[in-house]
Design a protein around this ligand. Sequence first.
Ligand SMILES: *Cc1c(COP(=O)(O)O)cnc(C)c1O
Length: 246
Amino acid sequence: MTEKWFDEQEISERIAALEENYKVVTERIAQAAVRSGRSPEDITLLAATKTVPVPVINRAIALGVTCIGENKVQELCQKYDQLHLEHCDCHFIGHLQTNKVKQLIGKVSMIHSVDSVRLAKEISRISQQQDLVTDVLVEINIGGEESKSGIPLEDTEAFLAEISTFPGISVQGLMTIPPAEENITKTIQYFENMYKKLVDIRAKRLDNISMNCLSMGMSADYVQAIEAGATIVRVGSALFGQRVYQ
Ligand SMILES: *Cc1c(COP(=O)(O)O)cnc(C)c1O
């Protein structure tokens, strides 16, 4: 099935742009990895695919993208059957309502946005029903913004203690979306605070909690995020161009 809303011409232009962008982004990721004392393979490029038509996403996967992320349940479900996911993980990166969990489990290999005990419990419950354990990240509201989801940084340990006993989830690390800053120095500070928390918690060796994943950095700041210790960067517009909302 072809996308109804995009004509062929537009799809081929987007694919041409993607091929150029993919080279640039993977090169910058590789260089930042080395600068942070790691290898390029230690960093996962998650392609953030909201609003991107299926043929363009499939081309990204053909180019070598091994992880994609959607942030709306409905959009993910609409695209899902047409995506070439044999060699590509699919993650959920957006705000998640408890009543939509059921539609996701079994489709996504990681949920980045766990920010309440209720949500963690529901992901665990549905996963167990399907004989699955779903990997999750805890979303931190690093800027303490009223309008943003995520738990306060200082509540992280207490939150982990509460959800660590849920059998259908496996906590793999932390995720954040820092405030939209004009000042990159401030953003770097947020990234560094996240990394410090990850390392502190890892040192505590909490039961059933891994702290191997740190999901932070988007198109404007993925290089700085990697330099500060990110293991997953979520990149949308730097790969696919400006988003076109229908
Ligand atoms: C859209 C989105 C991104 C990617 O944003 P860009 O600035 O286009 O790279 C990353 N993370 C989340 C949660 C998103 O929704």
